[in-house]
Design a protein around this ligand. Sequence first.
Ligand code: URA
Length: 189
Amino acid sequence: MDTLRREITDFFRKLYVEEQKILVFGEGNVPSRVVLIGEAPGPQETLQGRPFVGKAGKILDEFLALSGIRREEVYITNTVKFRPVKTSAAGNTVNRAPTREEVKLCLPFLRRELALAAPQVIVTLGNVPLKALMGQQATIGEEHGRWLEWEGRRLYPLYHPASIIYNRALRPVYEQDVTRLGEALRKEQ
Ligand code: URA
């Protein structure tokens, strides 16, 4: 994993010469039975250099607790390893969704990360990692809470934890999906 991180760092240092990106790598044990994949780091993650430590991370921790999965037993990473930003009308730096181009650039690294972490179960959080692995036709609205397969590994799509901040109606759906995930993991142990 250290070699991979060095390669990612070199790659993006050469690619983005003007605006050096701050990279946030995955965290957790390797190999790991379960790997969680988010979208891209936000401001808090970039500041602390760790995935899911901001607002979305708090919600994720809450759901993990509900499912009986401990954060220490999973490996958590992001599809895109740097924070995608834009300048708002008011002139502030704000988050934006990663572009397809950015996802494409990061995908070979994510694949290698998954090969090293060798999970039995991949949990994608939101549309970005789902589409990155399963193709553009896959949508989280359709696939959440269903067991899929990606290159011989089981894949379980969950909504992105931040989505329940914007859409409160998703909370019970999320709770059900995550509870089922926890049950399935316990049964297989
Ligand atoms: N949202 C993500 O998708 N990943 C993070 O690390 C934080 C917020």
